[in-house]
Design a protein around this ligand. Structure first.
Ligand code: CA
Length: 225
């Protein structure tokens, strides 16, 4: 899952980005409205959710939200705002935002609201399974044959992407776009490294891997038989 965070207060931006990265999200941070607008429109299809501060130098969160909604009606937008009068909130939602949080807010509340919006976009699904592997998004844990397996953030995000797209090919470019942020240098061999980590932790010994390699194209987890 990849998120664009537009926030001009550096400490708040760092706090949110660090927290989300710990939860397995890839996070791009823009420190002003103009940069936010550019990133949003350049990578519209790659983002799963937008977090927009309201008052920003360059372009306001409202302007960014309107620009996103001109092109894309469905990707969730959450405002982070110190403005808290009822009129302001209604106005914010009328521009096409899905939710808002008043500063200061607890990180856990932000995460919970993000999960709700991302789940709605995905047919309410919160647990993904393949054979004896179970990935629980809200509990942020992975079980194999009922026993918890420790995954790093990137491993978790990669497994989530593969299981969300079960039966479909996850192309290498899409994996990079969804799991690594814009600072990544695009050496895609890192994907193979992480796929191997997942295989070591989750494959059955002596059996073909649960992750199929489509050489030069990407990876796929098949539908359960
Ligand atoms: Ca601000």
């Amino acid at each position: 899952m990849r998120v664009l965070l537009v926030e001009d207060e550096t400490a708040i931006a760092r706090f949110i980005a660090d927290g989300l990265e710990e939860e397995g999200f890839a996070v791009d941070v823009a420190g002003n409205g103009r940069e936010g607008l550019r990133l949003a429109l350049d990578n519209l299809a790659e983002y799963d959710l937008f977090l927009l501060d309201w008052m920003l130098p360059g372009a306001s969160g409202i302007e960014i939200c309107r620009a996103i909604r001109r092109e894309n009606k469905t990707t969730p937008v959450i405002f982070l705002t110190a403005k808290d009068t009822v009129d302001d909130v209604v106005f914010g939602l009328e521009t096409g935002a899905n939710d808002y949080l008043r500063k200061p807010f607890a990180f856990e509340e932000l995460l919970a609201r993000m999960r709700v919006l991302l789940r709605n976009g995905d047919g309410e699904q919160n647990v993904f399974r393949y054979a004896d592997i179970e990935l629980d998004i809200s509990g942020h844990r992975v079980l194999k044959a009922g026993k918890q397996v420790e995954l790093t953030q990137k491993e978790f995000a990669l497994l989530e992407l593969l299981l969300r797209n079960k039966g479909k090919v996850c192309r290498r470019t899409r994996i990079i776009e969804k799991i690594w942020d814009i600072h990544f240098d695009h050496d895609t061999s890192v994907i193979d490294v992480y796929i191997n980590f997942l295989r070591k932790k989750l494959d059955l010994p002596g059996q073909p891997s649960f992750i199929q390699t489509l050489r030069g194209v990407g990876y796929r987890v098949n539908n359960d038989v």
